[in-house]
Design a protein around this ligand. Structure first.
Ligand SMILES: *[C@@H]1O[C@H](CO)[C@@H](O)[C@H](O)[C@H]1NC(C)=O
Ligand SMILES: *[C@@H]1O[C@H](CO)[C@@H](O)[C@H](O)[C@H]1NC(C)=O
Length: 457
């Protein structure tokens, strides 16, 4: 082989490595992005297709959802025209997995289940060893056929919604058998996990699941909504009861989930309310609430719909920050009817604070439900208060990035927030350690006890 040839092969190899190193987030935490593929049917600037996806902002993207064919125990497409290429279909599966070619960092997995699939058919399949076996084989073949990197289980939820008490152990069995099938093919197995303490206790053997799953995607949202008939928080970081993100994560860790497998969910949407009162937490509200022009679902507004209201001066919406729950509360009072419309949602400031919480607890990373309701077109005004809660410790100096692009403000906050939170934690630890060293050198050895738990205060 000539020197030239060796050189050019080397060049190709080197440039490949350079390209490979350049794609994706610049931290090493997990950013899981759920893509609800029916978002393509939303009207106007709400319509989200795979072409809108920015692979550099996620480490994992999940195609949601596929379904269960309970006659054959097979995994199946729920929208063949959108998902497949047959009969001139749009081939969404292969479109999404093909992005790996130019984004070597990206893992693309397929979710099965979701709210609309219910629980019963999963319960029946998981209870029967031979049916489980058929499902496991089908899922493995299906995932590999379309070049996915793995499977994400979204059974909502074992033991709930017409499920059976035996689901709790049958789900572990299903997960174990799937893991044994997928692992030799180097495929990922993950699962969405409900956030309510009651559901967690009834549905999941957390310690066993944490052994067999690569990641647990915790759905840390829907803690409150119009069904409460009073104004409550969708995804509070803290609260005066157990309906909050911190309580969920701490409970899972207590039950034996490894933090290195926990991926904390962030809602890219808010919950809506209508009230005759001022629009504060606890104010009585109707159970119907209102919907948005893109997502058209009562009680729900995508972040892109919320920020459009707030960016529109003639619409006269205002937003305030609630520091107890770390939620944004947007309001609009109709002077004629006297009604106040309210949305409780995750602002960029909420998300930044949640990144710090996730990093302080050494979690694997975060996931978003779902990226199609981020302001993916960059239509809205930029929020100014994103990192207000950072850099308040004396001696800590943080650099906040200047954003080049105005689209995907929430996903960008996640990626920037992870880097800034890790930097802040490192600096705070260094400051504490040097304080302790100083105290020791002055002869006070009892000060040593403070180091071990300082990172998670
Ligand atoms: C569950 O299975 C039954 C029987 O195959 C089917 O008719 C039904 O549509 C399935 N339920 C869902 C929510 O898919
Ligand atoms: C802004 O709000 C006004 C009043 O609600 C509405 O008529 C108008 O269509 C909105 N503009 C945009 C761009 O959404």
């Amino acid at each position: 082989m000539s020197i030239n040839k060796v050189f050019s092969i080397l060049c190709v190899a080197v440039s490949f490595v350079v390209v490979a190193a350049k794609t994706g987030p610049s931290h090493d935490k997990v950013v899981v992005c759920y893509l609800s593929t029916w978002a393509v049917y939303r009207p106007n600037r709400g319509s989200y297709s795979i072409d809108n996806f920015d692979a550099n902002l996620c480490t994992h993207v999940i195609y949601a959802f596929s379904g269960l064919d309970s006659k054959t125990d097979a995994i199946k497409s729920l929208d063949p025209w959108q998902d497949l290429k047959d009969d001139y279909g749009k081939g969404g599966y292969e479109h999404l997995t093909s992005l790996k070619k130019n984004h070597p960092h990206l893992k693309v997995t397929l979710a099965i289940g979701g709210w609309n699939e219910g629980s019963k058919n999963y319960s029946i399949m998981a209870a029967d060893p031979s049916r489980r076996k058929r499902f496991v084989k089908s899922a493995s073949n299906f995932v590999r056929k379309f070049n996915f990197d793995g499977l994400d289980l979204d059974w909502e939820y074992p033991t709930q919604r017409d499920g059976a008490p035996e689901d709790k152990e049958n789900f572990v069995q299903l997960v174990k058998e799937l893991r044994d099938e997928l692992k030799p093919h180097n495929l990922l197995l993950t699962s969405a996990i409900g956030a309510s303490i009651k559901v967690i206790d009834e549905a999941y053997n957390v310690r066993e699941l944490s052994k067999y799953l690569d990641f647990l995607h915790i759905m840390c949202y829907d803690y409150g909504g119009s069904w409460d008939k009073k104004i409550t928080a969708n995804a509070p970081l803290h609260s005066d009861n157990e309906l909050n993100v911190e309580a969920t994560i701490k409970h899972l860790i207590k039950l034996g989930a490894s933090p290195s497998k926990i991926v904390m969910g962030i809602p890219f949407y808010g919950r809506t309310f209508i009230t005759d009162l001022e629009g504060n937490y606890g104010d009585a509200s109707t159970d119907e609430a209102f919907q948005g022009p893109f997502t058209r679902e009562n009680g729900f507004l995508g972040y892109n719909e919320i920020c459009a209201l707030l960016s529109n001066r003639t619409a006269k919406w205002t937003s305030s920050w609630d520091s107890e729950t770390s939620q944004g509360i947007a309001r609009h009072r109709d002077e004629v009817s006297g009604e106040t419309r309210v949305v409780v949602y995750d602002t960029t400031r909420t998300i930044a604070k949640k990144m710090r919480f996730a990093m302080q607890h050494n979690l694997a990373g975060v996931m978003s439900w779902s990226i199609d309701t981020d302001d993916f077109l960059g239509d809205c005004n930029v929020e100014e208060e994103t990192f207000n809660d950072f850099g308040n410790t004396a001696g800590v100096k943080l650099t906040f990035p200047k954003r080049v692009n105005s689209n995907y403000p929430l996903l960008r906050t996640i990626n920037e927030g992870i880097i800034i939170a890790l930097d802040e934690i490192d600096q705070e630890n260094a400051i504490r350690e040097s304080e302790v060293e100083n105290e020791i050198s002055h002869g006070d050895e009892s000060a040593n006890g403070g180091i071990a738990c300082s990172a998670v205060s």
